[in-house]
Design a protein around this ligand. Structure first.
Ligand SMILES: Cc1cc2nc3c(=O)[nH]c(=O)nc-3n(C[C@H](O)[C@H](O)[C@H](O)COP(=O)(O)OP(=O)(O)OC[C@H]3O[C@@H](n4cnc5c(N)ncnc54)[C@H](O)[C@@H]3O)c2cc1C
Length: 394
């Protein structure tokens, strides 16, 4: 079935009548919403969707919000919803889709991303975590780093080296890793904000069934491109209203606190306001492109702009607030469940925004992607393209 807006509105109203939010438990409501195809309407039937155009999700959401229905608190499971789910949908077997997507969407199972390693960040394909096959099981050994939310996660998307004898991009395989496996050791990493939002993860003899492999053996790099393209959209492409996000917070302070204003800050605020609006409209264009298929490399440009704007706006806010901007809660070693830009103070926003130009690909790497894959400029020289991974110098 491919529904139109009127059909979806009426379907949602019938669903609400059968599951009144006031008297239905949150988990039951979310599971039933998934089963009714109203979770992400563009997903296939039976997997939380109705094969409907993605843009129609807004119709469903508006009805549910007006009825006071609980949502799945998407910020708690950004990696699951934004990155793991589209990858499972594209490369997963029917059993994998059935097993993973429902509890992922409802938030009962939170996901994290085991990609980066101490020696493989920007050059992710150089990764050294090994997965060795023994019949129907793989044994994984290695170390991952900067793993956001690993301390809350039930599952992880993991890429590991399965063939060291071929060039680095070709010997990687993509898995789903159960974070409750006894060989998974999650240790907090303290960051510039003082808290430990991310972790280093040691994998020692972790047993992964072959049934938890996503895509073909050796195809992990290709599968990971779906994750990474979606990651850039997930980080930089959230739908926000005009004057939403960080520019909204800075503009509100500006309006409410006339005593803080200077001519120079006014000029900068207006310039950033215009740039934020251009970025927001670019995000809308990108989402329309998403309606037509998977996100392409254009997401890199979106994320690039998002990182620069977040850093400049949060810097302006700290300057605007003067001494007050330097006040900071003690978040030392707290383990937050989510990154909450709006709910925290200016100092937190300023410090946390520094990570925006590193996470999901550094701004330098994103510039390379835009240059090569959007503008068609000549690629960086790659001398290791045809060298077996085991022969690379490390
Ligand atoms: C807040 C945050 C959350 C994160 N969450 C996760 C997560 O959940 N899971 C996960 O797997 N990873 C995560 N990461 C890791 C992130 O993806 C890496 O930090 C990032 O890819 C950069 O890798 P690196 O830190 O090893 O830096 P490096 O790759 O060592 O880069 C160091 C510097 O060199 C520059 N550089 C490197 N290569 C080039 C080049 N070819 N051209 C120009 N400049 C270059 C970089 O831009 C950078 O400035 C997170 C990072 C942050 C900051």
């Amino acid at each position: 079935m491919s529904a139109d807006a009127a059909e979806l509105r009426s379907l949602t109203r019938r669903f609400l009548a059968a599951h009144p939010p006031a008297t239905t438990g949150r988990e039951d409501f979310l599971r039933a919403r998934f089963d009714a195809g109203l979770a992400w309407v563009h997903y296939p039937q039976g997997l939380g969707g109705l094969d409907a155009p993605r843009a129609l999700q807004a119709v469903v959401d508006a009805e549910l919000e007006a009825a006071g229905a609980p949502d799945n608190d998407p910020r708690r499971n950004g990696i699951g919803l934004g990155m793991a789910a589209p990858t499972i949908l594209r490369y997963g077997t029917d059993e994998q889709k059935k097993r993973f997507l429902r509890p992922l969407w409802t938030g009962e199972e939170v996901w994290c991303q085991l990609f980066s390693e101490p020696g493989a960040g920007s050059d992710l394909a150089a990764l050294g975590t090994r997965a060795v096959r023994d019949g129907d099981t793989w044994t994984v050994d290695g170390q991952k780093v900067w793993t956001s939310g690993a301390h809350n996660a039930r599952f992880a998307i993991l890429i590991a080296r399965t063939d060291p004898d071929v060039p680095k991009h070709r010997g990687i395989t993509y898995f789903v890793c159960d974070m409750t496996d006894p060989g998974v050791d999650v240790r907090p990493l303290r960051q510039i904000t003082g808290e430990a939002e991310f972790n280093e993860v040691f994998l020692s003899g972790v047993r992964i069934p072959d049934a938890h492999r996503l895509g073909e053996v050796g195809d992990g790099w290709k599968v990971a491109q779906t994750t990474l393209n979606n990651e850039r959209v997930a980080i930089g492409g959230a739908r926000i209203p005009r004057e939403g996000g960080l520019i909204g917070i800075a503009a509100r302070t500006w309006r409410e606190r006339p005593e803080l204003r200077t001519q120079d800050l006014h000029q900068r605020l207006v310039t950033l306001w215009v740039e934020a609006e251009v970025a927001r409209l670019t995000g809308e264009r990108l989402r329309q492109q998403l309606v037509a298929g998977q996100p392409g490399p254009e997401g890199a440009g979106m994320k690039l702009g998002f990182a620069r704007l977040n850093q400049e706006i949060s810097g302006l806010e700290v300057e605007l607030l003067g001494e007050e901007g330097l006040l900071y809660d003690d978040w030392t070693l707290r383990r937050p469940e989510l990154v909450d830009f709006a709910g925290r103070e200016a100092g937190y926003r300023y410090l946390r925004a520094k990570g925006n130009s590193i996470e999901g690909g550094t701004s330098e790497i994103l510039l390379n992607i835009v240059a090569e894959r959007v503008l068609g400029l000549p690629p960086e020289p790659r001398t290791d393209k045809d060298v077996a991974w085991k022969d690379l110098s490390r």
